[in-house]
Write a new protein. Structure first.
Length: 274
């Protein structure tokens, strides 16, 4: 468990439970378009790997927007793991545990693949979570993940970005963290999902119904709405919200993996090729 507690994980679990149960779950599912879009894009990266994974762990599975894509061509069995008790309408094996405590439920060296679609951006200790993911994998097992950084500033009224906003990362941060966590053969890239809203209020309502809303004061939202419209508003009066998605792929080291040649061992001069 991380000694740094930016987020109250129990409060986040309660928030996700409430979102899943609001209007018998229908409201949450109608606003899951961002999750569904990111799940589709992450699944495209899964299909780029020409290998089946007998057992996949879906970490931070939520309501199963990614799990439902994992058919028999990809895997034999999926285990869904999520801290929420209310987001499991699908039939695969399920575990209710905080994603920060993965190894309390999952044995080391047991998973062919761990995949996480928007399930890690609220953890307090991302480096520690990545280490646990790597330890849970079998040798030559793969981790594929997608995390988001929704770019919404809590304006100068609160002195800029608040610690209550999920920590922002970039591709270089993620690549360094994965390398430090012991992954090899890394691939990190970004993509954007852009959604337009009538105002910041509708955006925050949708985030609430996704279980992703940050705890922002009402007066901050009032100020932010005016500033956000002035700075970023469209001609038709709407405001855009850009979800920057960072996709990451890393492999647990194994003796049979391809390894990069030592620096200076090449026999062909690049100038001759160009």
């Amino acid at each position: 468990m991380s000694p740094f507690r930016l987020f109250d994980r129990n409060a986040k679990r309660i928030q996700k439970d409430r979102a899943a149960l609001r209007d018998s779950g229908e409201r949450s599912r109608t606003v899951d378009y961002v999750r569904e879009e990111v799940a589709d894009r992450l699944f495209e990266r899964v299909l780029d790997i020409k290998r089946r994974f007998p057992h996949i762990l879906d970490l931070g599975a939520g309501s199963g927007h990614f799990t439902k894509l994992l058919d028999s061509d990809v895997t034999d069995r999926v285990t869904m793991l999520d801290m929420s008790y209310s987001e499991f309408p699908l039939p695969p094996a399920r575990l209710h545990i905080d994603e920060e405590n993965l190894l309390e439920a999952i044995p080391a060296n047991s998973q062919d693949a761990v995949m996480s679609c928007l399930g890690l951006h609220w953890v307090n200790d991302l480096p520690g979570a990545l280490i646990q993911i790597r330890e849970s994998l079998k040798p030559d097992g793969v981790f594929l993940g997608a995390i988001t950084a929704l770019q919404l500033a809590q304006v100068e009224r609160e002195g800029g970005i608040s610690p209550r906003v999920s920590p922002m990362t970039d591709t270089r941060d993620v690549s360094n963290l994965m390398g430090r966590a012991g992954f090899t053969l890394l691939t990190v890239d970004t993509d954007d999902v852009r959604v337009s809203y009538p105002s910041i209020w509708e955006l925050m309502e949708d985030l609430r119904d996704m279980g992703e809303r940050t705890f922002i004061k009402r007066d901050t939202l009032i100020a932010a709405d005016a500033i956000y419209k002035a700075l970023h508003g469209e001609e038709n009066g709407t405001v855009p919200a850009t979800f920057q998605i960072i996709y990451m792929i890393g492999w647990k080291p194994a003796p049979n993996q391809p390894k990069p040649l030592e620096r200076g061992s090449g026999q062909t001069n690049l100038k001759d090729v160009l």
